[in-house]
Design a protein around this ligand. Sequence first.
Ligand code: CAA
Length: 302
Amino acid sequence: MIMTEDAGVQVVRRATVVGAGTMGRGIAQVLAGAGIEVTLVDVSEAQLQQAQEDITQSLHRLVRRGAAPAGQPAEVLGRIRCTPHLDASIGPDLLVEAVVEDLPAKRAVFQQGASVLPETAILASNTSSISITTLAGAVPGPQRVAGMHFFNPVPVMSLVEIVRGERTSPGTVQTIVALAQRLGKSPVVVNDYPGFVSNRILLPMLNEAMFVLMEGVAGKEAIDEVMRLGMNHPMGPLQLADLIGLDVCLHILEVLHRDLGEDKYRPCPLLRRMVAAGLLGRKSGAGFYAYAGGRASDGTAP
Ligand code: CAA
């Protein structure tokens, strides 16, 4: 990426991740893996406990496949402090929010963060669809707000989609680009627009796979196999929807449908029905496939 203006890259040494769900724990892990002291904040102690277990498992998995040295898990875990309090003791250089996809919830995290952090702190959102410009409008210093969109599973996926809001400064973008590179990721900078680039393109494909299933064109295994074997996708669209979470998929499609105003983004009725029934994919134990311990248990999905 070419930057024409040197707007001053800040070095992130101590960071905060708010939200210890699937994405938040992955983000905390990769930040700590790059030597950054991380405060992981979540209102739920149970969620924080689960996050520590998941991060430990993921770190050992990286050691087993030779992607990290044997001593790394203890070192990385030692850099992550878990707390339910978003107060003045949190990492001051950068706050990454990864809480539920809900504008008021994200706005509240940024406002509370801004009230305890220095005004130089960067405020980044891992949102998959909420407008960065709208979020930034709610906090003092909108120039330090940007999207830092990671992909699941965070320790494995190389992309970080960096979203530039209307008032995001070049310095903020450069700081997040430099940070993503330090994490060993590949940053791509895009502008703030519904669904950004990734989900504007991905979600219509997943939605279409659901229509194909609902209309009886083929069964779930056949649909996934066509896309895996014919298009060389690492997993089929229904398997991927289960990995992302069906509630998250529905929410992104609703944003695309509402904000772009085109019926091609209309969420599939089957998706709505499944979310209403609590079938949310891997995290709930069942979606298009059934899962035990995060793995498919009905013998049909990887
Ligand atoms: N932590 C550490 N390592 C992990 C891991 C984790 N959480 N998950 C997987 N791995 C490692 C495994 O150890 C394995 O390593 P080796 O190849 O060296 O053995 C490797 O990753 C592959 O894992 P598996 O063998 O378990 O399974 P796989 O080969 O089927 O790969 C996958 C799994 C990486 C998930 C792959 O199927 C894939 O890339 N799927 C597509 C995922 C994708 O598209 N993600 C983006 C979703 S969209 C999103 O997140 C954003 C949004 O806003 C909706």
